[in-house]
Design a protein around this ligand. Structure first.
Ligand SMILES: [Zn+2]
Length: 374
């Protein structure tokens, strides 16, 4: 919003942290004792100050455009407490920690109530139902209607755009929870990586592998709801697509968890793996668009998935290009760096996919397989 003002406040924060670094660097005990902002933590006589890029061990030198505010090889307890300190990973940690909490909350609410009441503050429901909201449409109502007034129900469904008599009412929930579980695992492993990876080289390797594996699991898990619900009435395609994406997922996770492939020189190979997993989605996506040509919700689902693709692609662009920090090294050390933007876009992409999955679940709650849509 007000970038000048915001930059001003970041600048002040930088100056405060510079002060902290200088104070500890000079081992100026007098100045240190005067500190009241808690920037520096002392434990058993040892101080934990923030380091510059040139001071950190080689394995931490991942982005040369982030110049300062690195945590060193701190004990795990101090890294945990660093959740509440400003350093160059603070926002990387919090963006995915909040995403993790959001998806965990959505799962909890979905478990407590039926999925149809969980609309993320009404946003998804608004876009999903549009004008149909006026009909007080929900799956429970349709179920009741179906039981009591067969003919009236059919009219009601026709009015909603469903032309066929529903056969099954409650859609299987497990593909939905598979996706949510994948998103939660990915966001949690990312949070853990950014919080603790600087503890030691060994832990950094371990957690970076878990972080990559988490991304692969989330990609694979994202495929489950759309493939399951769209191809529900064509089990051979459903099984074929889910089997292939599961095999690709197992291979990718196994590859990413093996020590050699998580090293820097295989970065291109890893990028190709993730890309091929994402691109594989184009095959069932095109197939699904053809299968669902008459589905009244098709455009809504496609719109959500295009938003998802947009967020993920733009996110990958920021991740790979290291924009904006490459244009002003050191300026975005604490806030505004590419990785933080990438993290936010990953959460937005997952939320867009959640929106699409809700539409599919709604659809499968009223339209089973004995229909012209199969
Ligand atoms: Zn990250």
């Amino acid at each position: 919003m007000n970038s000048t003002k915001r930059r001003g406040s970041w600048k002040r924060r930088e100056e405060q942290m510079d002060e902290s670094t200088v104070a500890t660097h000079n081992h100026d005990d007098h100045r240190r004792s005067e500190r009241k902002d808690g920037e520096e933590t002392k434990s058993r006589g040892k101080s934990y100050r923030l380091l510059t890029f040139d001071e950190v061990p080689d394995y931490m030198k991942d982005n040369e455009f982030i110049r300062k505010y690195y945590r060193g090889e701190w004990p795990l307890k101090h890294l945990l407490l660093s959740l509440f300190r400003w350093h160059n990973e603070t926002l990387n940690i919090w963006t995915h920690l909040m995403g993790f909490a959001l998806f965990l909350g959505l799962v909890a609410v979905n478990l407590v109530h039926a999925h149809q009441v969980v609309d993320l503050f009404g946003i998804f429901r608004y876009f999903t139902n549009g004008t149909e909201t006026n009909l007080s449409y929900n799956s429970g109502e349709i179920e009741e209607t179906m039981k009591l007034h067969g003919a009236v129900k059919q009219h009601h469904l026709n009015h909603l755009g469903y032309n066929s008599m529903p056969v099954e009412i409650a859609a299987a929930q497990w593909p939905f929870y598979t996706f949510m579980g994948g998103a939660i695992l990915c966001l949690l492993s990312s949070t853990t990586y950014h919080l603790f990876s600087c503890h030691s080289h060994h832990l950094s390797l371990l957690l970076s592998r878990a972080d990559y594996a988490g991304i692969a699991v989330m990609i694979v898990a994202s495929f489950f709801p759309p493939i399951y619900y769209i191809f529900q009435c064509q089990p051979h395609w459903q099984i074929a697509y889910l089997s292939v994406i599961t095999l690709i997922g197992i291979f990718t996770v196994a590859a990413l968890l093996s020590p050699p492939l998580s090293s820097g020189k295989y970065r291109v190979f890893r990028t190709l793996l993730f890309s091929s997993m994402g691109l594989f989605g184009l095959i069932p996506a095109v197939h699904a668009t053809v299968v669902n040509w008459d589905n009244p919700r098709r455009n809504t689902i496609v719109a959500y998935e295009l938003f998802m693709a947009f967020f993920y692609l733009v996110g990958a662009g920021f991740y790979a290009s290291r924009v904006p920090e490459r244009f002003k090294p050191g300026f975005f050390d604490v806030a505004g760096q590419s990785h933080q933007i990438f993290h936010v876009l990953v959460v937005l992409g997952a939320l867009a996919h959640y929106g699409a999955v809700l539409v599919l679940l709604d659809y499968r709650d009223v339209v089973g397989c004995d229909t012209t849509l199969g």
